[in-house]
Design a protein around this ligand. Sequence first.
Ligand SMILES: Cc1cc2nc3c(=O)[nH]c(=O)nc-3n(C[C@H](O)[C@H](O)[C@H](O)COP(=O)(O)OP(=O)(O)OC[C@H]3O[C@@H](n4cnc5c(N)ncnc54)[C@H](O)[C@@H]3O)c2cc1C
Length: 422
Amino acid sequence: MDFSYSPEQLELKERLNKFAREVMRPAAPIHDKEQSVPWEVIKQASAENIGTLDFMMKLGEDPGGQFSIIYAEEMHWGCAGIALSIAGSGLAAAGIASSGTGEQIAEWVPKCFSTSEEAHLGAYAVTEPSAGSDVKSLKTTAKLDGDEWVLNGTKVFITNGGIADVTVVVAAVDPELGTRGQASFIVPKDTPGLSQGKKEDKLGIRASQTTEVVLEDCRVPAEYLLGGMDKLNKKLERARSGQKTGSANALATFELTRPFVGASAIGIARAAYEFTLEFLNDRTIEGKPALDHPGTHQALADLAVEIDAARLLVQRAGWMGRNGIPLLGGQGSMSKLKCGDVAVWATAKCMDIVGPDAWSTDLPLEKWYRDAKIYQLFEGTSQIQRMVIGRMQVSEFRAGLEQAKAAFEADKASATGEPVPA
Ligand SMILES: Cc1cc2nc3c(=O)[nH]c(=O)nc-3n(C[C@H](O)[C@H](O)[C@H](O)COP(=O)(O)OP(=O)(O)OC[C@H]3O[C@@H](n4cnc5c(N)ncnc54)[C@H](O)[C@@H]3O)c2cc1C
């Protein structure tokens, strides 16, 4: 075990914190107020090689699995809405990388990310009015017509909806088969039939654009089906014949991506905590420095413990994922669940400590309080995280029982010379 940051991790943390402090923080209030897309920050980030394809690929190189977590925490410490505008492209890229062929990955992933010259964004469109957690119930359809796929349906709550250069759309090819009848499609910007629907007026992360994505007889070439026709046909055949398909793979992928979301929430909690310390540093309680008051110590202790505990869960999950250790106990979901809860609790607690001043938009606390809540709602609600963790814990326990039983039978057999049961 080594809990210290490597020189490379520290360097990344300092570089991103500087960007978050000097570029994101000053831009945050206006984009939060006007709910506008932070194009100038997105462009500045790419000019500084932050959030570009090259940058994202380097994040995977850390043997400790901490680079992407550091990226998420520092950027969300700057402004969660702006950070999500940039990081949202990663969702589209992950959708392409997990389903696409080598050629599709090589062609489309780079188009989701900005270069130092041009800003590019990606969007990943799954959720529908009655299908988010219940992803098997997607109503958006994809029908093959000659050498084109025709997509019809409405997606809701899509990050970077309407402004993405590449939208990855998940649609039902055979709705009877639930998730096993679904496939993902590339829909480039300006494809006829693709349009932005209602733009959400949100409580928090307001610099991140969230919209409906409407598909009306939206035609894309057959080769925009991710994974290709043969793979889809085999999947459909297996599903129709009742064989199992890749839902275990999807679960394992979520375990790897959730620590990133958890780290994002911790960035907000840490921003609120640090601000509260600085605020109290200039205040007195009963004529004494507020930072020396026993009541303050009680509150700060709880905040420090919760934030550090949540971050340690994220760091463990990041390390396990990078080192190929299966997250069979739901360690990725644990980290996301805990961090979302801590961000909501910690930002409210900081508001309590600071008092009525915190309610004013003169202080940034109210923004962090509004921004935090989403981490219990998207990328799998907290209830869904609990459901996943609970199921994974039970199957780990049952697998342990099976192993113990097999070991017991083997011991018994070797003691008595009986054959070991199959
Ligand atoms: C700001 C924002 C950005 C988003 N960005 C994207 C995006 O880019 N792409 C995308 O595809 N989606 C996106 N989403 C959608 C988001 O991921 C879903 O809203 C979320 O997964 C919840 O799904 P749902 O909307 O169907 O809610 P529901 O599942 O209907 O949730 C309603 C309530 O029911 C509970 N619930 C549901 N099922 C269960 C269960 N089995 N057990 C216990 N409780 C349950 C939930 O926990 C919740 O409390 C975004 C949402 C928001 C708000």
